[in-house]
Write a protein that binds this ligand. Structure first.
Ligand code: CTP
Length: 402
């Protein structure tokens, strides 16, 4: 399979922040995708990571100085600007963003930025006070108005010890953002992906229901990531308070039965199904048509099982990729393996509801992928967007090998 960014030339501009060490992983991610990467470091970046690290990883000399001793300088910045298919500044400090916005060219990287006509992509990382500063925000707006790109930082623990926005986006999010800028049709172009998200609500009476705490964030992150890779996405969602972006075809449902019908009706027209929804397993046997009045000290509620959507899909699946989720509190891997088999899934994404930062309502998740051949892939604690990118990477690989 030819990778979407195969043979693309990326200049990686590393500026001085603690996230500079993460640029090593970013460089590797682009190399794995078949890109050639050359690195420029600012003077402050070299305080955090040695140029030798990037030289060894990239296999090329790292530019650290506008005027290196004993070398003919000529117009090296112009040559680099022409060589690159894209310039990725990662991490991008408030300083380089401010200089770029003001047109200052006082070192190699800022001169290269000014000389380049290629896509310029900033992956900012800084403390939350800086990212929220109106001066920074104005600078970003100005650069965006010139068509330059920004990859939003994540919210999380920052080097200062604070928790807030400003943490460098995960390398998979950075990769996929660059991919969609350089290859707008996307690696999943033409692929139809059906995704479910959120909880279901099972009515007890007109004003009460049984449900769960699913926020829908994981399913929405998957929908957004698949759409940005060029997939045509249908999102069947239970009641959540999240907005969808326009390229996603959103279908709102409420009960497990409605979700089942919506998925089964659309499954034949899709190539991939990802069931991230937390579907209720039981529904009241006799929901009341009018509001129930309180009677006595205790009340019984009779429930019946809902249909298992994935099992219903398995009965009609002729070889499409079907991915399930499982949120467990005990025997996480064992239960995940059982569900993988019973629901005849391509793979299952399991997570442990008892682990802080994983599961419902959080912005992060810690997912392990389980495959029918026994392979397990622990993705580690990541933002839900980054988790979504990794899941889609797997789907791309499976499709490529099909
Ligand atoms: N699922 C489904 N239909 C249901 C319940 C769950 O398709 N009625 C899907 C979920 O969307 C998820 C996977 O099955 O992708 C596993 O869901 P989970 O609730 O963990 O599993 P259950 O089969 O309901 O097992 P249990 O409740 O016993 O853990």
């Amino acid at each position: 399979m030819t990778l979407p960014l195969q043979d693309k030339k990326i200049v990686l501009g590393v500026t001085g922040g603690i996230a500079a060490y993460k640029a090593c992983g970013v460089l590797r991610r682009f190399q794995k995708a078949g890109c050639e990467v050359r690195v420029v470091m600012t003077a402050s970046a070299q305080k955090f990571v040695a140029p030798l690290t990037f030289e060894t990883l990239s296999g090329h000399e790292v530019v650290t100085d506008m005027f290196p001793p004993r070398r003919t300088v000529k117009t090296r910045h112009v040559r680099w600007a022409e060589w690159a298919d894209a310039i990725l500044i990662c991490p991008a400090t408030a300083n380089i963003i401010g200089k770029a916005a003001a047109g200052i060219a006082d070192d190699f990287l800022s001169t290269l930025i000014l000389a380049s006509r290629r896509p310029l992509i900033f992956a900012p990382a800084m403390d939350y006070e800086m990212i929220e500063n109106p001066i920074y925000r104005e600078n970003r707006k100005k650069l965006e108005s010139f068509g330059h790109h920004f990859i939003d930082s994540e919210t999380g623990h920052l080097a200062s010890g604070a928790v807030g926005p400003g943490r460098l986006a995960d390398e998979s999010v950075i990769y996929s953002a660059v991919e969609s800028i350089l290859h707008p049709s996307g690696a999943l172009s033409g692929v139809r992906v059906l995704i479910t998200a959120g909880p279901t609500r099972e009515p007890i009476d007109p004003v009460r229901y049984l449900s769960n705490n699913s926020s829908g964030k994981m399913g929405f992150a998957l929908a957004e990531a698949a759409a940005s890779r060029g997939a045509s996405v249908t999102l069947v969602t239970g009641p959540v308070s999240l907005e969808t972006m326009p390229p996603v075809d959103r279908i709102d449902v409420s009960t497990a039965a409605e979700m089942n019908d919506a998925v089964l009706a659309r499954f034949p027209d899709h190539d991939v199904l990802i069931m991230a929804a937390a579907v209720a397993d039981f529904t009241p046997l006799h929901p009341s048509g009018s509001k129930l009045k309180k009677q006595g000290e205790a009340v019984g509620l009779k429930l019946r099982r809902t249909g298992d959507i994935l099992k219903n899909v398995a009965a009609v699946n002729d070889g499409k990729i079907v991915v399930g989720f499982a949120l467990e509190t005990d025997d996480v891997l064992e239960n995940g393996k059982r569900k993988l088999k019973e629901k005849r899934l391509t793979f299952i994404c399991v997570n442990d509801a008892t682990e802080p930062g994983a599961g419902f309502e959080t912005d992060t998740n810690h997912v392990t992928l389980l495959f029918p051949d026994g392979e397990t892939d622990d993705l580690g604690m990541l933002s839900k967007s980054a988790t979504a990118e990794k899941i889609l990477d797997r789907i791309e690989i499976i499709r490529g090998g099909a």
